[in-house]
Design a protein around this ligand. Structure first.
Ligand code: PLP
Length: 431
């Protein structure tokens, strides 16, 4: 029998799992680099996508009430609190054209992220492939690889030679490229609409193309629709689960964080047929057991009242105003940018922003895409932070993302006006 001896160097006694490398989990991620703590104190944070305003008062009051009760301070059912499942049924049932079963078709999770992780745990066998459109929400990668899967990347294509403003709708999928990415190991496809960070709201036709491939190759569809209540200009948000036959193979993902300006609450949900929800419930029960109880009550109070308060309509109008402020700043600058049809992100083309190559960049941004240096330079010299978009691409396609910085407009209008004014200083660095 082999005996193991304890090494002399005690600083790293037991090696950690290689899955951390595969999942890019050890690399310093973009959120740590472009963190407020690393940037000047007065830098305006349009980087990470969280709000600088509170959730609605009638929702936080429900949270307080829950904290002051006894039951809501204890474990909930792993499926989620009944009040929240009922509220999800009330809001989502009509949109999915279904009388949702709160026992078997709805699962409350610890944020959308943990829900997605649980789906991967429930469905992936080692070596299974998951198709992600690029740019992709960066958590997908570790969530897939930690569960033994392999992400396969299919880029969305921006228009060639764009100048000035162009719609997020002009970022296109290439159906042949998508088909070519499918192999005998493909198990799942993630469709994020409205899309972070492009702001694209997939059209019915595009979703039909994806649905036809999912049907042909028997794929599970993860419909990441966490920005479903942020679609502008009357554009139709089509839920892929409502296309013919698609309910049977789709899990729809939602988030209280995005819906109620409460990203730190970590409350999300999954909706789908029983055969998807049941194994996912088994996985989530072993991962977190249940989601935090008081904030489930608050999210329930939120969803119960959105219709009578016309909350999502009002919130959408507020975000539309914020989008106008940031878009005008970019119009005035004269740099190309993507006007989002949904979400709270704008991609600015920063390829013409010139910075000195010997600028005192920190080590963390050197050796990364040009966009890391450009975004760092803008944060320090202009005082507005953003996120370099190559982070949301695999290495092979990083050059597509390197052109862009992602600016989040989930901030109050005063902050956005101030950011807009500062951004005009960028003119002197445009070549
Ligand atoms: C596309 C997308 N999916 C999922 C999530 C995760 O949402 P949550 O904060 O509810 O975990 C985010 C958060 O930024 C996101 O942008």
């Amino acid at each position: 029998m082999a005996t193991k001896t304890t090494p002399k160097d005690r600083s790293n006694l037991v090696p950690f799992s290689s899955r951390l490398e595969t999942g890019r989990a050890l690399a310093e991620d973009v959120w740590s680099i472009f963190n407020a703590a690393n940037l000047p104190a007065d830098c305006i944070n349009l980087g990470q996508g969280y709000m600088n305003f509170a959730p609605p008062k009638w929702v936080t009051e429900a949270a307080e009430e829950a904290l002051n009760s006894v039951a809501a301070n204890h474990y909930s059912h792993p499926k989620g609190r009944m009040r929240l499942r009922q509220a999800i049924k009330k809001v989502y049932g009509p949109q999915l054209n279904r009388d949702l079963d709160v026992e078997s078709e709805i699962l409350v999770t610890s944020g959308a992220n943990e829900g997605q992780y649980s789906v991967f745990t429930a469905f992936l066998e080692p070596g299974d492939e998951v198709i992600c459109f690029e740019p992709f929400f960066d958590q997908y990668l570790p969530s897939i690889t930690f569960n033994g899967g392999n992400p396969v990347y299919v880029p969305l294509h921006p228009p060639a030679n764009a100048s000035g403003k162009f719609s997020s709708d002009e970022w296109k999928i290439d159906a042949d490229e998508l088909r070519r990415a499918i192999t005998s190991r493909t198990k799942m496809i993630i469709v994020n609409t409205p899309h972070n960070p492009v702001g694209k709201v997939f059209t019915r036709k595009e979703l039909e193309t994806i649905a036809a491939l999912a049907e042909e190759f028997n794929l599970l569809v993860m419909a990441d629709e966490v920005y479903d209540c942020l679609v502008f200009d009357g554009k139709e948000h089509v839920r892929i689960a409502t296309l013919p036959g698609m309910w049977d193979r789709t899990v729809t993902v939602g988030s209280a964080g995005k819906s109620f300006a409460a990203t730190g609450w970590r409350v999300g949900w999954l909706i789908g047929p029983e055969y998807i929800i049941k194994p996912t419930l088994a996985a989530t029960t072993r991962i977190v057991f249940c989601s935090n109880s008081p904030l489930q009550e608050a999210a329930a109070a939120g969803l119960e009242q959105v219709q009578e308060r016309k909350f999502f309509e009002q919130q959408r109008a507020e975000y539309a105003e914020r989008r106008t402020i940031i878009a005008k700043a970019f119009d005035d600058l004269g740099l190309p940018y993507t006007m989002p049809e949904g979400t709270y992100f704008v991609l600015l083309d920063i390829s013409k922003v010139k910075f000195p190559e010997d600028y005192p960049f920190p080590k963390s941004v050197l050796g990364r895409g040009r966009d890391f240096r450009a975004c760092w330079f803008i944060a320090i010299e202009i005082g507005v932070s953003s996120i370099p978009v190559s982070e949301f691409y695999c290495e092979e396609h990083a050059n597509i993302g390197e052109v862009y910085g992602r600016f989040s407009f989930c901030k109050d209008v005063d902050t956005l006006h101030q950011a807009a004014e500062r951004l005009q200083k960028l003119k002197q660095y445009i070549v």
